[in-house]
Design a protein around this ligand. Structure first.
Ligand SMILES: Cc1ncc(COP(=O)(O)O)c(C=O)c1O
Length: 397
């Protein structure tokens, strides 16, 4: 059965707005990530899921090991609810959460925090100064995996760590090793310019060509530099993990010998921005339904809500995609509205008040900040409803 009648039938007792998760699509996407990882474990990026019961389902499948959390309070909450091996992949400045981490030996064993500077180490030391005795705090060193060309005039990739070269990484690793109360547990180098940038975007062939060229050069540069950074640090201490990559780069990242695990999150829900990669085709798994509330004129319907813009550089790519029925588009004047969203297109002719329009978010986990629950769909049946982080009263960002 086509997706639209399947989803309409499964949710006929619900009043939109609501969000669903298609479990068949989720499983297919998970299996494809595992296939692409070619035997290396996948660390699951929680920011792209933001729903504990769904994280539990994923972690019960083969091929996944550990979580990549986005804040320390989130990681503490997840560890307390039974999740293990949690890497907080972004530096924290949360003093209370750091003190909480240091105050519990079990939590300190399961959670690793990320640093990229001596300033971070000083900050942690200061935040936990009153905790005695203090268990060792596990540290992950964040390495810049961005691409730089033309003597630094061109840069692609996220602006994160300033640690880029093997010597810098070794210096910071040596500093960590000599400080009491810390253990360097892992390295992370996330190549956003490959993993998070589709190499097959619509329109603009010149831009597509430029993206592919940049990604090819960047991957080539990274194989060497990431390998040298890892060697330089491994000469000083043992590492539990070397993490790299993301949904868009899984098969490429795992080919590097120095990388022991790859991160992925968006690939499970397969949001709109992940349609534009040549190396994989996911199935949209997370959708939200909005009700048609009025019909302003021929070929136009208005749905309730919809202005759920994704983070990142602003532009049309950050808007949700009106997905089903196909062929609906925004009006240039209103876009996706705060309370009401007009949609144009022939498909609008067949829609009546109360009908649903199904949307995909541009990104994965951010959709869950808008909805308290995900309704789980199996075939054309509703098989359960689970709370999102927001539904559990947890809004970490
Ligand atoms: C450190 C890190 N690793 C991996 C990822 C990839 O996550 P996803 O697979 O959800 O795109 C991200 C996304 O921003 C990230 O920040």
């Amino acid at each position: 059965m086509d997706a639209r009648p399947r989803y309409d039938r499964a949710t006929e007792t619900l009043d939109p707005p609501f969000a669903i998760l298609d479990l068949d699509a989720l499983r297919a996407n998970a299996a494809d990530l595992v296939r692409r990882a070619g035997g290396k474990p996948i660390r699951v990026a929680t920011k792209s899921i933001r729903c504990r019961p769904v994280l539990e389902r994923i972690m019960a499948m083969d091929g996944f090991r550990g979580l990549m959390a986005f804040t320390l309070p989130e990681a503490l909450w997840l560890a307390r609810s039974g999740f293990t091996d949690i890497l907080v992949a972004y530096p924290t400045a949360d003093r209370a959460a750091l003190a909480e981490l240091a105050g519990d030996a079990r939590l300190a064993r399961e959670i690793t925090v990320t640093v990229d500077s001596v300033e971070h180490l000083d900050y942690v030391d200061d935040a936990v100064a009153d905790v005695h005795p203090r268990p060792e705090i596990r540290i992950c060193l964040d390495i810049d995996a961005g691409f730089v060309a033309f003597g630094g005039k061109f840069r692609a990739g996220a602006l994160r760590s300033s640690v880029r070269e093997p010597e810098q990484a070794a210096d910071l690793a040596a500093e960590i090793a000599k400080r009491p109360g810390f253990r360097l547990a892992g390295l992370m180098a996330y190549e956003a310019q490959i993993a998070g940038v589709g190499d097959d975007p619509p329109g603009n062939p010149a831009m597509t060509h430029a993206i592919r060229l940049m990604q090819q050069r960047s991957a080539r540069e990274l194989v060497t530099r990431r390998g040298r950074v890892v060697n330089a640090v491994r000469r000083l201490c043992d590492l539990d993990f070397v993490n790299g990559g993301g949904t868009g780069s899984v098969e490429r990242t795992v080919r590097e010998k120095a990388v022991t695990e790859v991160a992925a999150g968006s690939g499970f829900f397969h949001p709109r921005l992940f349609d534009f990669y040549r190396s994989f085709t996911g199935r949209p798994a997370a959708l939200f339904a909005l009700p048609v509330v009025r019909r302003p004129g021929p070929g136009t319907v208005t749905v309730l809500g919809g202005g759920y813009l994704a983070s990142g550089a602003p532009g049309p790519s950050r808007l949700p995609q009106p997905y089903l029925p196909p062929g609906l588009r925004y009006t240039p004047d209103e876009g996706a509205g705060e309370v009401q969203t007009p949609l144009l297109g022939e498909a609008a002719e067949d829609l009546r008040v109360g009908d649903r329009v199904w949307f995909r978010h541009a990104k994965a986990g951010e959709m869950c900040e808008r909805f308290a629950a995900l309704h789980l769909i199996e075939g054309d049946e509703l098989v359960g409803t689970v709370p999102t982080y927001r539904g559990e009263g947890r809004t970490f960002l």
